[in-house]
Ligand binder design. Structure first.
Ligand SMILES: NC(=O)c1ccc[n+]([C@@H]2O[C@H](COP(=O)([O-])OP(=O)(O)OC[C@H]3O[C@@H](n4cnc5c(N)ncnc54)[C@H](OP(=O)(O)O)[C@@H]3O)[C@@H](O)[C@H]2O)c1
Length: 334
């Protein structure tokens, strides 16, 4: 039994950032198929905001955080791919990574290559595996070819900056949107072929202009409510809209016939957790991500670090669109 007193963020009820409290917890031994990990860094993601606010309801009281990196302390029965002492990282349910240590299912926990530090590991799993399944598996009819145009909203965010780099490595023409000129410049530096400041430019008109009127084959849209319908107007006939997030709010119900009228369009609403449902799938995707990072083609942009006790401030900054790239919580000293 781990006798050490641990600290973790908990919510008793959904609410604003202040709903997150740093409390003492005890962390037991891992059960069958589980692992206990001592975090060296914890990733911050927009899904943590959906959990905290109740947009994605959780059984209460609940932990927050789906991404982390650290050292394995103990493994439960049946876990063969990890051992005590291994450096490891994960994106995994259930929420609870905002903590000094925790027990969680081992299925989505992978060994972290020596060359990747803990902060990078904590920042890259949920966001990098998301880009992996988007650009490699969430594709239009016939797939994507060198030189194809795709539109990626919020391109200067955590997922966004990884997507810009990965798309460049695949020789795709990624058009990135972002909410300020500074963010647009950052997306360009990271590999976007073009950017659009959607706070002041009409992104539909601009996409049409950039693609010679043709439109893009795919829109990767994590903004949701504010962009959904106009994203459809950026697509070629038979194009694909992947709505993978709702940072501005959920997409309201819409008339399916609209997809016919706009050119026999496809719409999907994917989540990473379907893609990493098995240990084998998680490892395959993680290997691809690690190879992209090891080759230098994708650099994980850890821009902000917060103490675990400052999780509320980290959420305020994320929701106020103040952040670019990835942010992590550092549990040492909590
Ligand atoms: N489905 C999945 O598998 C999956 C997995 C990972 C992430 N996601 C989604 O991907 C998105 C990006 O996640 P992330 O953690 O990397 O966050 P992030 O992109 O670093 O932050 C969200 C960004 O969304 C933009 N945004 C647009 N409207 C907004 C609004 N009303 N309020 C707040 N932000 C707004 C902001 O960029 P601008 O100022 O440039 O507009 C903001 O910086 C999120 O929607 C998340 O839920 C989905």
């Amino acid at each position: 039994m781990s006798t050490q007193q641990e600290r973790a963020i908990r919510i008793e009820a959904p609410g604003g950032p202040e709903a997150m409290r740093l409390v003492d917890v005890s962390v037991g031994e891992p059960g069958p198929g589980e692992v206990r990990i001592r975090h060296r860094a914890c990733g911050i993601n927009f899904i943590d905001v959906y959990h905290r606010t109740g947009m994605y309801p959780l059984p209460l009281p609940a932990g927050i955080g789906m991404e982390g990196a650290g050292v394995v302390e103990a493994v439960g029965e049946g876990v063969t791919h990890l051992r005590a002492g291994d450096r490891a990282a994960y994106a995994s349910p259930p929420p609870g990574s905002y903590a000094t240590a925790r027990v969680l299912p081992a299925k989505c926990v992978v060994k972290l290559p020596e060359a990747i530090d803990f902060e990078t590991g904590a920042a890259m799993m949920l966001k990098g595996l998301t880009v992996q399944y988007l650009l490699r598996r969430t594709l239009p009819q016939g797939g994507l070819k060198v030189g194809d145009y795709v539109l990626f909203h919020a391109a200067a965010g955590g997922v966004g900056l990884i997507a810009c780099q990965w798309a460049r490595a695949l020789n795709l023409n990624l058009i990135g949107t972002a909410g300020s000129d500074e963010k647009c410049a950052l997306a360009l530096t990271n590999g976007a072929a073009h950017t659009i400041n959607y706070a002041r430019e009409d992104f539909v008109a601009k996409v049409r202009e950039l693609t010679g009127g043709a439109g893009v084959k795919v829109v990767y849209d994590s903004v949701g409510k504010d962009t959904f319908e106009r994203s459809l107007d950026c697509l070629q006939p038979l194009g694909l809209l992947a709505n993978f997030g709702s940072s501005s709010g959920p997409v309201p119900p819409f008339n399916l016939g609209m997809l016919a009228a706009k050119g026999s369009l496809y719409v999907t609403r994917p989540t990473l957790f379907t893609h990493i449902a098995t240990r084998e799938a998680t490892q395959l995707m993680a290997d691809d991500l690690f190879a992209m990072v090891a080759s230098g083609q994708v650099k994980i942009p850890v821009e902000r670090r917060y103490a675990l006790a400052d999780a509320a401030q980290a959420h305020r900054d994320l929701e106020a669109r103040k952040t670019t790239g990835c942010s992590v919580l550092l549990p040492q000293g909590a």
